[in-house]
Design a protein around this ligand. Structure first.
Ligand SMILES: Cc1cc2nc3c(=O)[nH]c(=O)nc-3n(C[C@H](O)[C@H](O)[C@H](O)COP(=O)(O)O)c2cc1C
Length: 238
């Protein structure tokens, strides 16, 4: 009932269950294993657009997809428009979907204005997405958190901006940057985002088994779900 094909731009996924990008975890072997278990889409670990811009080989290796079944999403992060554009052109040469990370809470990422820090500057969000979409030859998706902190819950506004800027789908993790991973994922905000945009919305946060997956689909009405930490253990109800 909930599991179905999902179209992101011109890319059709066999199903709408997506493996979350996880730095240090979703490397090539891990993605191949998860794909063999049947997920509709896998994503690389996040790669720095600045590092791609400067031709860093280690970073380019993070985006190696040799031998993987398609489709594959590759994720980049950054806030400098020039390096984001160069990275988008580079990723367009080998991946099927380009995902922009606007949710990472890590200090080493936000100190440069990247990841979730962008949620404090929606004008920059708009410009980045517009410019990346212009040069990308593959569909562009954006992954966000619900905001920077409880005083800055911007998910709905950000999602509308991201849609108007030309993105083909949005993933939302129902926590703020300040939450990191504490508390419970907020399903209400995910539902609101789904109600406010037409492009596919993928719900993310705390899905660890069939029950929590069903709850995400049922409560929020999302088009697909993304599973991160739950993929690191055996589901409870199998
Ligand atoms: C170890 C680890 C690494 C992560 N790395 C990334 C990343 O590279 N890019 C990204 O967008 N999110 C990253 N995330 C966030 C996840 O993609 C996901 O949004 C978050 O874990 C919430 O989903 P979950 O409750 O299913 O784990 C990471 C999370 C973890 C636990």
């Amino acid at each position: 009932m909930f599991i179905k094909k999902l179209k992101i731009g011109n890319v059709e996924l066999e199903n709408n269950i997506i493996l979350a990008p996880m730095a240090g975890i979703t490397d090539l072997p891990f993605r191949i294993i998860c794909k063999n278990f049947g997920v509709g889409l896998v994503c690389t670990e996040m790669a720095s657009s600045k590092a791609i811009f400067y031709g860093d080989e280690k970073t380019k290796k993070l985006l190696d997809i040799t031998g993987e079944k398609r489709p594959i999403s590759a994720q980049i992060f950054g806030s400098d428009i020039e390096s984001m554009k160069v990275s988008a052109e580079y990723v367009s040469t080998f991946a099927d979907i380009l995902d922009i990370n606007m949710g990472c809470p890590a200090p080493k990422v936000i100190k440069n204005g990247d990841g979730s820090k962008l949620l404090l500057n929606l004008e920059l969000v708009e410009n980045i997405v517009k410019e990346v979409v212009k040069v990308s030859k593959i569909p562009v998706t954006v992954k966000i958190r619900m905001g920077w902190d409880s005083e800055n819950i911007v998910a709905v506004e950000a999602a509308k901006i991201i849609e108007n800027a030309g993105a083909s789908a949005i993933t939302i993790h129902g926590r703020t940057r300040q939450d990191f991973f504490s508390g419970k994922c907020n399903l209400d905000i995910i539902k609101k985002v789904k109600e406010n945009v037409k492009i596919p919305v993928i719900g993310n946060g705390d899905i660890i088994d069939g029950k929590t997956a069903k709850e995400m689909f049922e409560y929020t009405g999302v088009d697909g779900i993304m599973i991160g930490r739950g993929a690191l253990r055996k589901p409870l109800d199998i």
